[in-house]
Design a protein around this ligand. Structure first.
Ligand code: ZN
Length: 103
């Protein structure tokens, strides 16, 4: 047998109000998912902890980029970003250059 009572519990939690693009400074757009829950438009989040033998010895850097700034950034690359599409099952193991991904 279990005896119980009802207890009101309130937890504190961190709620993200805004995410800002480090490049343009604009907030990442807010949207709603399919069932109406608030969400952010897709963005790039980079969180990098540098290794012992780098010049940043164990420092962790983090930044966020909106999709527009991501596009501007990768246009500057001499070697294009490898691309694949999780929904493209036929080409899943290959990027558009035909180079096989590491698995
Ligand atoms: Zn931006």
């Amino acid at each position: 047998m279990v005896k119980y009572h009802v207890e009101q519990v309130t937890d504190k939690k961190f709620v993200v109000d805004n995410i800002y693009c480090n490049m343009c400074g604009k907030p990442i757009k807010k949207m709603k998912d399919r069932i109406g829950n608030p969400m952010f438009a897709d963005y790039l989040r980079v969180n990098k902890t540098w290794g012992y033998f780098s010049n940043k010895d164990c420092r962790t850097d983090e930044f966020h980029l909106c999709e527009d700034c991501y596009d501007k950034l990768i246009k500057q690359f001499k070697i294009p970003v490898s691309q694949s599409n999780d929904y493209d099952f036929e080409n899943k193991k290959y990027d558009k250059s035909g180079v096989k991904d590491n698995e």
